[in-house]
Design a protein around this ligand. Structure first.
Ligand SMILES: Cc1cc2nc3c(=O)[nH]c(=O)nc-3n(C[C@H](O)[C@H](O)[C@H](O)COP(=O)(O)OP(=O)(O)OC[C@H]3O[C@@H](n4cnc5c(N)ncnc54)[C@H](O)[C@@H]3O)c2cc1C
Length: 327
């Protein structure tokens, strides 16, 4: 492909938005995606419904038509795939970026399949690859999963769902509705306040009715083949029968990858990457961040709705720089 204007790492909604914007503005680019198109969305639960209405997930004002106001995962897959195919975006799938080195102002991008050179790099790698682990004995047992797909699998089984945010609450309700015996293990005092407003009353009512058991102020101490040990804030321990554990305690960006790129990250628990919020350029010149990766450990801060704008900001900044270099 020769020397590109931009190499975009990650083919999620925001990486795709960056590619589309670059193409519209006549810049050469490639999107490098380690999985299928919008890999993270592809791995969301089968029946997942977005909290955003479809027009708020649109890229470049291309209409996103969904059956209900808030689209389902499959509708989002259709939408973003059609953007890629109908605009013939230059995307390389199942090609993982392994290393990026900068020499003489050119980025050398090494992937699982080849090498690319670019004047600018946009990192849009999201945060869905690395789960926050419980770090307890037994977490590596095959019955434990940090991702949830389909409730059918858990019918008739004793399922412990760890977490109190949208992913955990959706999974708990779905599994219970398909005949699982569900126990929720919640570290805090209540179901998360950010749980979708139409789902929160549902789970609270099911808990109050006693159909779903919830342990508040509780964490998992150990996981065994047929049981689970839970401990509360007083240090009291309880052992419950258990077939499966869904540890849905969130995900985090690949900080190692960002550090390899030379991006500064704050030392506090937020682990915020350094970038200029006006341009999205990081402390490494010509290296940009886009999408939910920008939030560090604050993974609730950025989503498609409020980060799709990054594509236009970055491409405008690159064009502006090019203009200044070659007026
Ligand atoms: C369950 C759930 C529900 C959500 N609901 C909503 C919602 O309703 N509304 C909303 O606005 N947001 C929502 N979000 C947030 C938002 O959908 C996602 O975070 C969104 O996918 C972010 O887009 P992104 O392009 O920044 O990152 P991602 O979609 O995560 O894309 C990153 C891509 O980078 C790829 N990648 C990673 N590392 C490499 C590498 N080294 N080389 C090549 N490719 C790589 C990944 O495979 C992935 O495809 C939700 C998130 C979750 C988890």
């Amino acid at each position: 492909m020769g020397l590109l204007d931009i190499a975009i790492i990650g083919g999620g909604p925001i990486g795709i938005a960056c590619g589309l914007e670059a193409q519209k503005k006549g810049l050469s680019y490639v999107i490098l995606e380690k999985g299928p198109i919008v890999n993270s969305l592809f791995n969301y639960p089968a029946n997942m419904q977005f909290f955003s209405s479809s027009e708020r997930l649109e890229i470049d004002d291309i209409p996103f038509i969904s059956k209900e106001a808030k689209p389902k995962r499959d509708e989002a897959l259709e939408y973003y795939r059609r953007i890629v195919t109908s605009n013939k975006l230059n995307i390389q799938l199942f090609e993982k970026v392994l290393e990026v080195q900068k020499a003489n102002d050119i980025f050398h991008v090494r992937t699982s399949k080849g090498q690319y050179q670019a004047n600018h790099v946009i990192v849009a790698t999201g945060f869905y690859d690395i789960p926050n682990l419980l770090n307890v004995p037994g977490e590596d047992l095959p019955k434990v999963s940090h991702y949830y797909d389909n409730p059918h699998y858990y019918a008739g089984q004793k399922v412990a769902v760890v977490g109190a945010s949208n992913s955990a609450i959706d999974a708990a309700l779905e599994c219970w509705r398909k005949g699982a015996e569900v126990t929720l293990i919640i570290r805090g005092t209540e179901v998360g306040q950010r749980v979708k407003y139409w789902v929160r009353p549902d789970i609270i009512n099911r808990i109050e009715e006693g159909r779903i058991t919830a342990f508040y102020n509780s964490t998992v101490k150990a996981i065994h083949e047929d049981t689970l040990e839970i401990t509360n804030e007083k240090g009291e321990t309880k052992t419950i029968p258990n077939d499966f554990v869904l540890a849905l305690t969130g995900y985090k960006p690949n900080f190692q990858f960002l550090e390899m790129l030379g991006i500064h990250i704050t030392k506090d628990e937020k682990r915020l990457p350094e970038y200029d919020p006006e341009t999205m350029e990081t402390n490494v010149e010509n290296l940009y961040l886009a999408g939910v990766i920008c939030g560090g450990m604050e993974t609730h801060k950025w989503f498609i709705e409020n980060s799709r704008i990054h594509a236009k900001m970055i491409v405008a900044h690159i064009l502006d720089k090019n203009q200044k270099r070659h007026p």
